[in-house]
Design a binder for this molecule. Structure first.
Ligand code: MN
Length: 467
């Protein structure tokens, strides 16, 4: 944690101020290319600093990227210690705070009824074989016309025309809302919100039941209702302080080609017939800032990963009280590799945990279970446990022919195998065999009191100083 605390709920601009004040906001020279230029710089600074691009491609709207590209930054934005992040996020999911309607919405200071996406927004092209410009940090908010319940999710949005977007909708809540409308030959009203505060961004990725509005989880993370406002052309409620809002409709019975697009597993999602959005109006703040998430970067990986960890932890703990902590590793694309930490599992229970984890989400492919003396957030520690506590003939679980991620190119269109590694110490192991070496008192030493940089005459001093 840094010593400067960011006021929780300070908004996007407050968060950028905080990153600047703590040396984590880099600004480029004006005019960086929208095609690969923005993504190249953002990737080079990924995890080190957020990046700000004035006049990208000569456009008058600046771009930011990398707002939340460290686990610790997310904790900071929520006013939590890093060790409290997962539990804090899970608490927010359990106790949502309803949003508060306001008519004083900065996101509607400027209204465009004639929409020309690439003229009005600086939309970059990120990876080599991406089809073209994509909106990547757009919170798609859908509203059920019958109940008024909303859903929030982020989808890759290909610019297909001046007021037309191609969207990838995975089989989750937005798609369920849409299919219900499409059965009646009706479009689904939606809004796409770009440029929100970091807590709303995190909340959008919460894994909660279908009738839970993720904006209310943003309220819980802030500890105060999120101000929302009604769109101008439909009834969708959007964060009132957002930078940009695209109001539109997911079109019934229309599919058009979308892709390829560089995705979180560091491969391209293929080009195929997908859903289409028509944009009816664009509203924004005066002097707005546009947010982009580079496909496959840390912001992309962690935004999906942290909320999943929170959800997986609470689900596993319901069946297995021995589960203490979970981690989705970066090497496993923050989706496919789950590390689980358990305390005193009963004989065989680690394997039950593995089987339970396979069932939680189809993305989970490889599960490794370790004891509490292994830091589950440190892949080197987990590898050490596998190296010294795991035997493949005894501790390996495999399941063939299961549902996996379609974006994993080693699967057969999503059909693949699961693998679990039980790297816990056997319950009947002799006491000393698995005791980790350690130096007593090492952690407690106040290093700055007993050491200092060695001076130039180090040899003389070291050999003549009498103790
Ligand atoms: Mn949802």
């Amino acid at each position: 944690m840094t010593s400067t605390r960011v006021p929780v709920g300070a908004g996007l601009r407050g968060w950028l101020d905080h990153l600047q004040a703590t040396g984590r906001l880099s600004m480029t020279k004006p005019g960086v290319d929208l095609r690969f230029g923005v993504a190249g710089v953002a990737n080079r600074l990924d995890g080190v600093s957020a990046s700000l691009f004035p006049a990208p491609g000569g456009h008058n709207v600046p771009i930011v990227s990398g707002l939340l590209s460290q686990r610790s930054w997310m904790a900071e934005a929520a006013g939590l210690e890093q060790s409290e992040l997962i539990a804090g996020f899970e608490n927010a999911c359990r106790s949502p705070v309803p949003s508060e309607e306001t008519s004083d919405a900065t996101c509607q200071q400027v209204v465009h009824r004639d929409v020309d996406l690439e003229k009005q927004l600086p939309i970059p092209t990120h990876n080599e074989h991406d089809h073209g410009a994509y909106i990547t940090a757009g919170l798609l908010i859908a509203r059920r016309p019958d109940t008024g319940v909303q859903n929030v999710s982020i989808h890759r949005l290909q610019v297909s025309g001046p007021d037309r977007l191609g969207a990838l909708l995975l089989p989750r809540h937005t798609l369920a809302f849409f299919e219900e409308q499409e059965r009646e030959h009706a479009d689904l009203d939606i809004a796409i919100v770009v440029g929100v505060d970091p807590l709303t961004l995190m909340a959008s990725q919460a894994i909660v039941p279908i009738d839970h509005d993720e904006l209310e989880i943003a309220g819980a993370l802030r500890g105060a209702p999120l101000p929302v406002t009604k769109c101008i052309t439909n009834d969708v409620r959007v964060p009132a302080e957002a930078e940009f809002v695209l109001e539109g409709r997911l079109l019934s019975r229309v599919r058009e080609p979308e892709g390829p697009f560089g995705e979180f597993p560091q491969y391209y999602g293929e080009r195929t017939e997908r859903h289409v959005i028509e944009v009816d109006a664009l509203t924004h703040r005066e002097a707005p800032i546009y947010h982009t998430i580079v496909g496959g970067g840390l912001e992309h990986l962690l935004l999906g990963g942290i909320p999943r960890e929170a959800s997986f932890l609470s689900q596993l703990r319901r069946s297995f009280p021995c589960v203490r902590d979970v981690h989705l590793s970066r090497g496993g694309t923050c989706r496919y590799h789950l590390y689980v930490q358990v305390e005193n599992p009963k004989p065989g229970e680690a394997k039950n945990v593995i089987l339970g984890a396979f069932g939680i989400h189809y993305d989970i492919k490889h599960v490794t279970v370790v004891d509490t003396d292994v830091d589950v957030h440190d892949p080197t520690e987990v590898e050490w446990a596998v190296a010294t506590r795991f035997q493949a003939d005894r501790d390996l679980v495999t399941v063939a022919g299961t549902q996996g991620s379609k974006l994993d190119p080693s699967t057969d269109d999503g059909l693949g195998a699961k693998m679990g590694l039980d790297a816990t110490v056997p319950t009947d192991a002799p006491e000393m065999r698995f005791t980790r070496i350690r130096v007593p008192g090492e952690v407690e030493i106040a290093l700055e009191q007993v050491t200092s940089p060695a001076p130039d005459d180090w040899l003389e001093r070291a050999t003549t100083t009498n103790a």
